[in-house]
Write a protein that binds this ligand. Structure first.
Ligand code: FAD
Length: 317
């Protein structure tokens, strides 16, 4: 019986893969599902494909818009992504795993050498400035685009999810959120482009915050880590959930095929590193003066494709 610590995306994806391979699974989750979670809720088409045997109902996202104070860029996504809340997605995946035979223990557990570790981000020793994520759902007119409004190292993402709802989620410096009293409405009212976009939308839940967020690989790993427990990159490319699903499935195969934890981590690196390096560079360059105007010249499809892993049939070496 393989234990999986954390039953969110990476954990449920690992459980479903283990069950598909005929292995019994115990999922250990400290939170009661369904629950809201700070996330842009933009699910990459490749993640939908990896989860193809679980029906997912959300809203297709067919376009992307990158918006700076003095420039903007719009392009069609090469394949439609799915807007779906974590409230719905995490619950659907967990229920799929349970209906296929997984056992659930609702408690906090400590990672151990034989476990699949899918417990999400853990605080890293502090480095650099403190960033926080925020999110709330809104109701009102919606479109099929993911819109990213950039402001320095921060940004606000707006995209449709299920049932005619729109998710508003972003990342900001702690001092900027503090200056607005950690009030999402007040914070966004200070950004004219975003404030104009939100006119006519009504907020349907309290603002949620998470942080501090630090980017990079996890410092101490044990067992078979996957998802954010392995590494956390600036999520502006909307590929964190894809990485969670892909590395969750890879962790399941690593366990079944008898690979060591080190071999598993090396295989994950091989899968993720090229896209992570590109995303980090792209994110940094988008804060440099003049680059937003230059970004207009690069085909959106190239920016999009380079920022996400594409080879999921990675083999261990
Ligand atoms: C602001 C922001 C916006 C984002 N936007 C997007 C986006 O639009 N698209 C995208 O693809 N990605 C996005 N991401 C990234 C995405 O949210 C993560 O990559 C994804 O949630 C990782 O999934 P996970 O299963 O690894 O971890 P999590 O989703 O964090 O799940 C970990 C689970 O483990 C449980 N747990 C923790 N500790 C224990 C314990 N000791 N015992 C038992 N259970 C435990 C938790 O309760 C939780 O349910 C965003 C992230 C942020 C911060």
């Amino acid at each position: 019986m393989t234990e999986i610590i954390g039953a969110s995306l990476a954990g449920s994806a690992a459980a479903l893969e283990l069950l598909r391979l005929g292995e019994p699974v115990t999922l250990i989750e400290k939170s009661k599902f369904p629950r809201h979670k700070v996330c842009g809720e933009f699910l990459d088409a490749a993640a939908v494909k990896l989860l193809k045997d679980v029906p997912l109902e959300g809203t297709p996202i067919t376009e992307s818009a990158l918006i700076w104070e003095n420039a903007s860029k719009r392009f069609s996504l090469p394949v439609a992504a799915l807007g779906i809340s974590r409230y719905r997605l995490d619950e659907v995946l967990l229920q799929a795993a349970l209906s296929r035979g997984a056992v659930l223990r609702e408690e906090a557990a400590k990672p151990h050498a034989k476990a699949i570790v899918a417990h999400g981000r853990k605080p890293l020793s502090q480095r650099g400035q403190r960033l926080f994520g925020y999110k709330a759902h809104f109701k009102g007119p919606f479109n099929h685009a993911v819109e990213l409004y950039f402001k320095g190292v921060g940004y606000t993402g707006i995209n449709p999810i299920e049932d005619g709802m729109t998710n508003v989620c972003g990342i900001a410096r702690e001092e900027d959120l503090k200056a607005a009293g950690f009030d999402g409405d007040e914070f966004l009212s200070r950004q004219p482009h975003v404030a104009a976009r939100l006119q006519g939308l009504r907020r349907k839940m309290d603002w949620l915050f998470t942080g501090p967020l630090f980017y990079g690989p996890t410092e101490a790993t044990i067992g078979y880590p996957c998802g954010d427990a392995l590494s956390f990159v600036d999520p502006f490319t909307g590929s964190g959930m894809l990485c969670a699903v892909a590395t969750g499935q890879l962790a399941a195969r690593s366990v079944v095929e008898g690979f060591s934890s080190e071999q598993h981590i090396a295989a994950c690196r091989k899968m993720l590193l090229p896209a992570f390096r590109w995303s980090t560079l792209l994110r940094k360059s988008l804060t440099w003066p003049g680059v937003p105007s230059l970004a207009k010249l690069v085909p959106g499809e190239i920016l999009y494709k380079q920022s996400r892993p594409w080879n999921f049939s990675i083999i261990h070496s």
